[in-house]
Design a protein around this ligand. Structure first.
Ligand code: GLA
Length: 390
């Protein structure tokens, strides 16, 4: 469903759920990261794009005037409620913590909120590494902008959404996902400097190439602890190397100082430092339409994530192997896992003419090798969060 269809859909569902039309509607997209994985919380660079998959939310003032916000989802049996006269804390159901965190961000900025009935629907596949959680947080903040008529600077909105994830979902994520969901631009990737929050738009308009997203349908849960562990290992590396963050080290400097780190932490740092360099090269390559070299950087990123950072899994590796087998001659430039890892999806850079054949081949080979059906789709770079009805 495109945004227009989704708007009609959520309005109709809202009517069925609450017996009246919604007053406000807002949406925020998921994202796919082309390159720059596990670099954002090291002050590094990332090159994500927003995808044409969204969390859409509709709301109206409560009919009874109570200071309670009720969030319902088209895919969840239980409603999540926020009592505005009580201190906000994480609570059951778990999915409600993302919108709860968004509400907390508004209250923390001194914005007054009244009771609301809210319904949400998401087309971002859950646990696929496509940032369904960031889409939900940013959609909440965008909806509340419409409700309160208070516009928040998009960078601040991304930070508000990131804090929602830290404080309410317990995942110490970086800024990439929320940032691209809030600031994505149609037809463009974003080169984001995660230290300064400065962005450069990278046009992705060459019709000869397309990005395919392959969801392994192996679910990931970043709150499992591995993500926080990787982040802590990077912080340990930076501390022992005497720098503020791994962004401040080159590969040469790291090698000279190898003795200051355990073997494991050295490999983690090697991934991050190498990935930051690859990301900057890839952004240049995309600008110059040097697709074979961008593809090679994507493969190198995957190898590093698999071997040094150890966040891949068997199914993601199988997808990348299938892509390598198909190869350049049959239209694949590069492929890598995308997002936090431990399941989720891969992104492949391919020749547009070959999309159909490649999709069929990956689906068939993946099924043979794993017994699992992959979900495969193509997305153009989409715009970031938007108010659809005000
Ligand atoms: C998750 C986090 C992001 C980022 C990626 C890995 O998606 O939410 O902040 O760290 O993992 O690149």
């Amino acid at each position: 469903m495109n945004l227009k269809e989704l708007t009609a859909f959520i309005a109709a569902e809202f009517r069925k759920t609450y017996g009246r039309a919604p007053r406000w509607i807002a949406a925020a997209p998921g994202r796919v990261n082309i390159i720059g994985e596990h670099t954002d919380y090291n002050d590094g660079f990332v090159v994500p794009m927003a995808i044409e998959f969204y969390t859409i939310m509709a709301a109206d003032q409560r009919a009874d005037g109570k200071g309670i916000i009720t969030f319902r989802s088209t895919s969840q049996p239980d409603a999540a409620t926020v009592n505005l006269s009580q201190l906000l804390k994480p609570a059951a159901p778990k999915w409600g913590n993302y919108p709860r965190g968004g509400v907390a961000g508004f209250l923390a900025r001194g914005v007054k909120l009244g009771g609301l009935d809210v319904l949400l629907h998401s087309t971002v596949p859950l646990g696929s590494g496509l940032s369904s959680s960031a889409a939900l947080e940013v959609a909440t903040a965008t909806l509340l902008e419409a409700v309160t008529s208070k516009t928040i600077d998009p960078v601040e909105k991304a930070l508000l959404a990131q804090k929602a994830e830290h404080d309410f979902a317990g995942v110490p994520c970086g800024i990439m996902d929320q940032f691209i969901s809030a600031l994505g631009r149609e037809g463009h990737l974003l080169l984001l400097d995660c230290r300064t929050h400065k962005t450069k738009l990278v046009p992705m308009s060459d019709p000869s190439v397309a990005l395919i997203i392959i969801n392994t349908n192996v679910k990931h849960e970043l709150s499992g602890g591995e993500y926080a562990e990787r982040r802590a290992q990077c912080e340990e590396a930076a501390r022992n190397l005497g720098v503020k963050s791994l962004r401040d080290m080159t590969a040469d400097q790291l090698d000279k100082n190898k003795g200051k780190l355990s073997e494991l932490v050295y490999r983690r740092a090697r991934h991050v430092i190498g990935e930051i360099e690859r990301t900057l090269h890839a952004a240049e390559g995309i600008r110059a339409s040097s697709w074979p070299s961008v593809g090679n950087l994507m493969y190198a990123s995957h190898t590093s994530l698999r071997d040094d950072y150890e966040v891949s899994c068997a199914e993601l590796d199988i997808v990348v192997e299938i892509a390598e087998d198909i190869g350049y001659k049959d239209g694949i430039y590069g492929c890598r896992m995308t997002g936090g890892g431990f399941g989720g999806g891969c992104v492949a850079l391919v020749k547009t003419d070959c999309v159909d054949a490649i999709t069929k081949k990956i689906a068939a080979d993946y099924k043979t090798k794993t017994g699992i059906e992959a979900s495969i789709f193509v997305s153009r770079p989409a715009a970031g969060a938007t108010i659809l009805q005000n």
